[in-house]
Design a binder for this molecule. Sequence first.
Ligand code: ACO
Length: 428
Amino acid sequence: MSESAIITIGGENHQYPVISGTEGEKSVDIRKLRADTGYITFDEGYGNTGSCQSDITFVNGEQGILRHRGIPIEELADKSSFLSTAYLVIYGHLPTKEESDAFRARIAQNAQLHEDFRHHFHGFPRDAHPMAVLGSMLNALGCYHPEMASNNRQQDLDNFDDAAALLISKVRSIAAMTYRMKEGLPFVWPRKDNSYVENFLHMMFSEPYALYEPATEVASALDLFLLLHTDHEQNCSTSTVRMVASGGANLFPSVAAGVSALWGPLHGGANTAVVKMLQNIHLSGDDGSKFIEAAKSGKARLMGFGHRVYKNYDPRAKILGAATEKLLNSLGHADPLLEIAKRLETAALQDTYFIERKLYPNVDFYSGLILKAIGIPVEMFTVMFAMGRLPGWIANWREIATGTIRIHRPRQIYTGPVNQNYIPIKER
Ligand code: ACO
């Protein structure tokens, strides 16, 4: 007999089916609960709510497991590249040689931005936050490709391959131009002969009079950074993308909404917050121990630590910590912030406050340090996260667009005033 759950309300039993995932995860299917009983479930923050069934990414936070389409993140980090992982996440399988060549060619062809589009950058103040610029620009981009951004689901799906490649390509050009604009530097055009990551670094750091050619270790470190951010199940920004997509919106505004959600310091903005925290600790002369005490007393938050799902080491943090150290060694640089980060990690992992709450380093703990070593300015860190996460958002948009999914519309428990009368202004 298939498993089921019984909910007793007012002495009456109601039976609901149990749905199991391929990794054995179980959920009680309460879709008929309100119709049967008039009750809804209350789960503020959605910690116990499965919002969808998805084939893309599996996370087991207790055991520190992350797999895309069944493949462990450690194996992908070791053997794959960002673009192959992006293909895997979006299309469900690792690309063959032909598929990979076609995908990369599509991305390479799309690097250039329309000349009119370029002028939008001048509409922003120089000190505009790069995440504000990126979100606006991704939305604006759809206006230049109306055939891909029609909000006619079938038409948007017919153009999906082009739209996905275009976004993955152009997000990098937009990111680089945002930085150049901020610095008052001339825009640099992409090169046809560069790899995805090299082209981004070229558009960021080349000058009209001096070509920037990254060291192999630098390009590989950035590729790894992007790969490790490709997707991460139903986090705040991905859920936002799915929510927007569920209303029928095309890919462009859906991923632009993902950028907005990612920006916050409790989500993607944490990579910036971690480096700022480490800089402040360094400047104050603290070896990290005072900061740990402040975090325990609630006066500070140890950014880059803790996770809604991981109650164990985030496997991406492990890979990034080792990669940061490797990159700094190969470049012959020392970063005092890395030493502080390692001390904080060691201290926190031995401290009952962090042990009891199962707080471990998350992906953002070391990601800012690797970006800093690559030469990416701090204000661009969350934009780099968005570049990496874009394939995951695209894959999740596609899952919504190809599924028979109803518009996402949670309910609430209303706690406001009841049945008030309108009071005319002179009586208020
Ligand atoms: N430093 C100190 N204490 C912490 C931290 C932290 N980083 N994270 C959680 N705690 C404490 C909380 O104060 C709470 O303590 P209490 O039980 O005594 O009240 C307990 O641990 C549980 O924390 P919650 O906030 O309930 O955990 P939640 O799952 O809601 O939040 C979050 C997860 C937002 C990631 C949180 O751990 C945090 O703020 N971390 C720092 C920010 C960060 O690194 N964000 C990036 C996450 S990864 C990503 O989005 C890409």
